[in-house]
Design a protein around this ligand. Structure first.
Ligand code: SF4
Length: 283
């Protein structure tokens, strides 16, 4: 059986950076270190960090000791929460990915320059909430499935777009023509804030899916970028499985299969992919 592994799989630049920054903080001082939610959407990494002493909380009010450290995740966090923590004297370690920061900065710039802001992304996702907060919660969040009366845009003279970094350009391509069909404004400004890592990873997954009999897409079930990779592979008509670790594969999945393709989400450590390859080879 041939195994093709995506060269664009595993930890991306932003996740690697966040992981290393957290490991660095863990090695210094003896303050309590808190994080709201998961550093990255991978249960193995989350468990490892918790075992090393990171305390996971749901909201800032759970931090009782001001002489402590709060980690901002690679997805970013709503600005007002960061300010709230900083005003209490809590140390902030900001691991927000520079690509996410760019999307936040463009959202703010569009609002500052009087544009009606459209953030294209998944409503409720932490990254999108962070971008929205950077704009002072002005403008709207749109995803490909959301109903929106585009004729509303006619009320605005200037319309600006930013994207959640992990959006699949193909999925959202329909939104721009909708906007243009209702073009009655002076200026449309589009900032491409989709990160290269994501588009390269998605393109590579698609190329491999075209050659494989079975695709394994590895990553957390709550990882948006992994779910998108899975959808891309499935759309190519290849039998695809979204798995989290080697425990999720079994021999029957490979019966009659000559070529297995493997792609992994941005928060999947290499060690998990290696364990999967090892298990497939045993079959
Ligand atoms: S996928 Fe891109 S934007 Fe997201 S953390 Fe990785 S490098 Fe940053």
């Amino acid at each position: 059986m041939k195994i093709i592994i995506s060269s664009h799989g595993g930890f991306c630049y932003g996740v690697r950076r966040a992981y290393d920054m957290v490991k660095d903080v863990l090695g210094k001082g003896n303050k309590n270190i808190y994080i709201i939610g998961e550093l990255i959407h991978n249960s193995f990494v989350v468990k490892e960090l918790e075992e090393l002493g990171i305390i996971r909380i749901n909201e800032i009010n759970e931090i009782k000791d001001n002489d402590s450290t709060l980690i901002i995740r690679s997805h970013g966090m709503p600005f007002e929460l960061v300010k709230q923590a900083a005003s209490r004297g809590i140390d902030i370690v900001d691991t927000t990915c520079p690509f996410v920061k760019k999307a936040q900065a463009y959202a703010k710039k569009l609002i500052d320059e009087g544009f009606f802001l459209i953030i294209i992304g998944d409503q409720g996702h932490e990254e999108v909430e962070g971008i929205h907060s950077a704009s002072g919660y002005k403008g709207i969040i749109l995803n490909k499935d959301l109903d929106f009366d585009f004729s509303e845009l006619k009320k605005h003279k200037k319309v600006g777009l930013v994207f959640q970094t992990t959006q699949n350009i193909k999925d959202i391509a329909g939104i721009v023509p909708e906007i243009l069909n209702n073009f009655d404004f002076e200026e449309l400004r589009v900032y491409n804030t989709i990160c290269d890592t994501t588009s390269n990873r998605q393109a590579d997954a698609k190329t491999i899916a075209l050659q494989a009999d079975v695709m394994l897409v590895v990553g957390g079930k709550n990882s948006a970028n992994t779910r998108r990779l899975f959808d891309i592979c499935k759309a190519e008509g290849v039998k695809s499985y979204h798995i989290q670790s080697a425990d999720d594969i079994h021999k029957d999945m490979f019966s009659g299969v000559e070529t297995v393709g493997i792609s992994a989400g941005a928060s999947t450590p290499d060690i998990i992919v290696k364990a999967i390859v090892k298990k497939i080879k045993q079959f």
